[in-house]
Design a binder for this molecule. Structure first.
Ligand code: G6P
Length: 605
């Protein structure tokens, strides 16, 4: 989603601001802009579309100046045009903004009634007007910002400069992340540490309600009551190198291929093979007292929650409910005592998941989080952080974060089962989980087969995915992956539901991807598959050698997986599902890493 970079610099900033924006590209955006202060005036370049358009504008008309702010915009209010692109200038004030000002309409009406003119359709422009109004009334920039912040409802991060104070950069955070970078004779503002990594590793994360005044010499942070506060300066550890694709054509492909390594890395912090134990980080609550689990997440992470429900209920016999975060608060969930709330999130910043977490905490529920970014809002707010170690995920469509989340979820399920005295042979669970990286590598070995069959799927208008048990949420994930990056309409169904409606869609033009490891659910899934084949379905069967020998006839393709224990099958079968979506998207020529309309980190509701 939107990205902010600001530099109060000792040397020209335009190139470095553009470089910072490049590092934020992965979040997803549809226009961009930069504004500097030079010779006491604002100078601004903006362009719709990708950063190369902005880079071209800058090449034609370079920007001078030692201080500036820059932004990538993911449109919420108003189309992704140049006029709606940030930074927005009103009088002596320039503003960039992430998130949504929910009360922008009454504020805008009030400002228009006062004779103020708007030049964009954005919610952001009201912020620029409100601060400009304070300045016109004689307020100093800091006081103007402090007056305006309480007027704004919603979730936002802001970067602000005032033309008459060229040595001051202001920022504010409420519900959307913002970091301050400490340099040498320079200081910075950024949506995340990754954007600032080439400039500095010394980072402070603003807390909710904080605002900041940045000069070249100093950084002053204030809380929501305008008290000066200190926030710890930490070493971000983010690499200053532009994260590259290595030998891969796309980040998504690279991240699919990284999975054996990052899943092994993640499992290493949860498995104690010498003690035959699956461990969790220390917690200050009693896991054995947990009587129910409520899992909340968005998108791909929500499918980890659904798979977790199968695992937790089977292993620990503890009831689980799973919600997509955008529905959670508004259905007014019944939160009984001894519930553990679990949020799952790659970014740790997804607005709906964060709001659901806060809802649970406000209701007095103990919370845990399976999160990839340890400095994120969610990671800081949960009672028990269960980190994934996937490393930065750049491709918008989640892949390695998904399988690392599954690995942690399996470790959690095993721990809860032990706490409930139900785990049985823990050494066996450890052994199964240890086999995952190698089985994933073996699955990757079938990449060529998948690439070869991708054009058949790329020609389809609709694609259906079927799975049963934990492979049902994987069918949902398969369909989501395909939709996200190839723009082909796809749906996932529980195999048994096929004949309750979706079978009406089946004909020769609709490929049916069946995810069916051999095992207790195999025969039933195959019966459902054959019902569809009898009606002309073009089946792609993903199974092991045994399954393919039994049911691989009359399919358009089979993808062979290693034979694995049912517990780890979703982790291993995720690989062909991801590769299929990837190769279909490549065959269709879409923008695999930054698919249209999507954002990586969704910081608005
Ligand atoms: C966006 C991404 C998805 C992701 C979802 C949840 O929609 O495009 O890939 O699954 O957000 O993100 P999170 O960071 O909370 O896992």
């Amino acid at each position: 989603m939107c990205g902010i970079v600001g530099i109060m610099g000792g040397e020209p900033v335009a190139d470095r601001l553009l470089d910072g924006l490049k590092r934020l590209e992965y979040r997803g955006y549809d226009s961009a802009g930069i504004c500097t202060i030079h010779d006491d005036r604002f100078d601004r370049r903006r362009a719709p579309g990708k950063l190369k358009n902005l880079a071209q504008r800058l090449a034609e008309e370079p920007l001078a100046g030692m201080a500036g702010i820059a932004h990538t915009r993911w449109a919420t209010h108003g189309a992704p045009t140049e006029d709606n692109a940030h930074p927005h200038i009103v009088g002596d004030v320039v503003v960039v903004h992430n998130g949504i000002i929910e009360n922008f309409k009454p504020l805008r009406d009030e400002l228009i009634a006062q004779g103020r003119e708007f030049r964009s359709q954005t919610d952001t422009e009201v912020v620029a007007h409100l601060i400009a109004r304070e300045i016109e009334n004689g307020a100093a920039p800091r006081a103007a910002l402090a007056t305006v912040l309480p007027m704004l409802h919603g979730a936002f991060a802001l970067g602000v400069m005032v033309r008459t104070h060229p040595d001051l950069l202001l920022g504010a955070r409420l519900g959307a992340p913002l970091t301050v970078g400490y340099g040498d004779g320079e200081n910075y503002l950024g949506s995340d540490a990754l954007a600032l990594a080439p400039l500095t590793q010394r980072i402070a994360y603003l807390e909710e309600g904080d605002w900041v005044a940045i000069t070249r010499e100093a950084v002053e942070i204030y809380d929501r009551d305008n008290n000066a506060v200190t926030r710890p300066i930490v070493n971000s550890g983010a690499s200053g190198q532009l994260i590259d694709k290595g030998n891969h054509r796309h980040f998504m492909q690279k991240e699919i291929y990284e999975q054996p390594v990052v899943v092994a890395q993640t499992l290493r912090s949860y498995l104690r093979p010498l003690e035959s134990k699956v461990a969790l980080p220390d917690m200050d609550f009693d896991l054995s007292a947990i009587e129910r689990v409520a899992i909340v997440a968005c998108g791909t992470a929500s499918y980890v929650g659904m798979i977790g429900k199968y695992w937790i209920e089977q292993l620990a016999r503890v009831p689980v409910e799973v919600d997509v975060a955008s529905e959670y608060r508004y259905r007014d969930p019944v939160l009984l005592p001894n519930t553990l709330g679990i949020v799952i999130s790659q970014s740790g910043e997804t607005a709906d998941t964060l709001a659901a977490l806060r809802h649970m905490r406000a209701a007095g529920v103990t919370t845990a989080g399976i999160i990839n970014v340890p400095t994120s809002s969610m990671a800081r707010e949960v009672d028990l952080l269960m980190p994934t170690h996937a490393g930065p995920e750049i491709g918008v469509a989640s892949t390695k974060a998904f399988t690392c989340q599954l690995a942690v979820m399996a470790a959690f399920a095993a721990n809860l089962a032990r706490a409930k005295g139900r785990l049985g042979d823990e050494a066996d669970v450890v052994q199964q989980l240890q086999q995952v990286p190698e089985a994933m590598s073996e699955a990757l070995g079938h990449d060529g087969d998948i690439e070869a069959m991708a054009p058949k799927i790329a020609a389809a208008r609709d694609v259906l995915y079927l799975g049963r048990g934990p492979e049902f949420p994987l069918a949902l994930e398969g369909a989501l992956k395909l939709k996200e990056i190839s723009y082909i309409h796809a749906e996932g169904y529980a195999s048994g539901e096929m004949k309750h409606g979706p079978i009406a869609l089946i004909d020769e033009a609709v490929p049916l991807i069946v995810i069916a490891p051999s095992g207790p659910l195999f025969d039933k899934t195959v019966s459902n598959m054959q019902e569809a084949q009898a009606r002309g379905a073009q089946v792609v069967l993903i199974s092991d050698a045994e399954g393919i020998a039994q049911a691989g006839e009359n399919t358009i393709a089979t993808i062979e997986m290693p034979k694995v224990a049912p517990l780890i099958a979703p982790l291993v079968y995720a690989v062909p599902v991801q590769l299929l979506a990837y190769h279909v998207a490549v065959a269709k020529g879409t923008d695999v890493d930054q698919p249209r309309n999507l954002a990586k980190s969704v910081t608005v509701e």
